[in-house]
Design a protein around this ligand. Sequence first.
Ligand SMILES: [Zn+2]
Length: 356
Amino acid sequence: MWSFRQWRRTRILARLAIEPALWQRVLDSLPILDGLCLDETERLRDRSLLFLHAKRLTALPGVELELADRLRLAAQAQLPLLNLGDLDWYQGFHEIVIYPDDFHSPQKHRDSAGVVHEWDGEHSGEAWLQGPVILAWPGVKDSGGWDGYNLVIHELAHKLDMLNGDANGLPPLHRDMRIGSWATVMQGAYDSLNAILDADPDAHTAIDPYAAESPGEFFAVLSEAFIERPEIVRAGSQLSIITYGTMVYVCEAAAKSLGLDAEIIDVRSLVPLDTDTICSSVRRTGRCLIAHEATRFSGFGAELSATIQEECFWDLEAPIQRVAGWDTPYPHAFEWEYFPGPQRVAIGLKAVMEAA
Ligand SMILES: [Zn+2]
């Protein structure tokens, strides 16, 4: 069926077409796009071009924006929406203003006793209910790696949150999602982050502690982490489960069946290995279980275990446990006996939790 919207889109894209080499440069400069397939990168390119057509990017003196910079920004803005259909999610604002550096802006907060606090805060970005998005150039340049910080995604998450009113951590939900369930999960996680920081303001937290500022900031920080820290499948405090592949789901089920607040890390890549994420988790929880389908003897878990022991020895409260396949050739007839299923993982989890 002929669609005016599609026709218009095709015409705009034909007019805005860019050199494939330029788009490749943009892709190469943003590690967070590494996992996209060709179809996805092509859709992202088209959406980025349409985004730049619809929004004005204003660079204040001191910032030089080349087309590659604009495309980098647009690609990060569009990445969270890539599979959300063609709706105009970024409606209600027309301009992104890029400041040359972090900036001061007046802040106001009413505390639970009703006292209004006012101060001048330093910011890297801002998104107002009605009005442009403001981004500081150093933060834009630093965004796009696998470190969990992304100024572009953060400020635009506020804009998504504001589609149904104030930035309060409740954006419009998918049709099959219930507001009550969202509120319960988000409030519980927000409260537990605040409890950790109230007990120790310097505590190592799984996400940027700035998330504890307000439910709106919590949603924006989680949006950054959701895109940039996919290896943390589940944040938790009692122990760290380091695993990959199908075992991620097996471990999730096993920890849930025991009622454990486990932090589950999907290693995703063995080389390079993200030791920072693994070790910062183990340092926080003090307990660690490694699970994989391969044999225990000379399996990759041995390498993980050695690395964790070298880096986190003084933080460990229990010996590292490994749950793995049996040390035999792969048995085609007894696959499910060989496979380290939820019961074997649960035994390992109990062992690591019960050790002194
Ligand atoms: Zn924010």
